[in-house]
Design a protein around this ligand. Structure first.
Ligand code: AMP
Ligand code: ZN
Length: 118
């Protein structure tokens, strides 16, 4: 299987890594849509957030906890608060625009993100 994000986990494709644990990796999106745009992934390959939630819910929790730590690093949240705030987006399937089929959370922040999203 040829998966871009698995290749990044393996170190075969360069990534600007901002956070890493034994089970998760976070790196800057190559085409940022906000001042902070980081992708947070499990190192293990799971196609979507839905399959990850079914197959390894503890790992999904680890990915969300990693995202929070990145948000704190980026000044988007505090250890005990949610100011100024950030958004986690998980595109699932073609209508949502999922292009990489290794589950990833988009962590967006640093500007007024607006609602509803496009
Ligand atoms: P999605 O469209 O939700 O599947 O998101 C895939 C994301 O991966 C897009 O925001 C791309 O900009 C990003 N992306 C693609 N290739 C790379 C890369 N080599 N390094 C960092 N981000 C990438
Ligand atoms: Zn993968």
């Amino acid at each position: 299987m040829d998966c871009l994000f698995c290749r990044m986990v393996a170190g075969d494709v360069p990534a600007t890594v901002v956070h890493e644990t034994d089970r998760t990796l976070a790196f800057r999106d190559i085409n940022p849509q906000a001042p902070t745009h980081v992708l947070v992934i499990p190192k293990a390959h799971h196609p979507t957030v839905a399959t990850l939630a079914s197959d390894d819910p503890d790992l999904l929790g680890a990915v969300i906890r990693a995202a929070r730590q990145v948000a704190v690093q980026e000044g988007l949240a505090t250890e005990d608060g949610v100011e100024p705030g950030y958004r986690l987006v998980t595109n699932t399937g073609p209508a949502a625009g999922q292009t990489v089929h290794h589950v990833h959370l988009h962590l967006l922040g640093g500007r007024d993100l607006g609602w509803p999203p496009g």
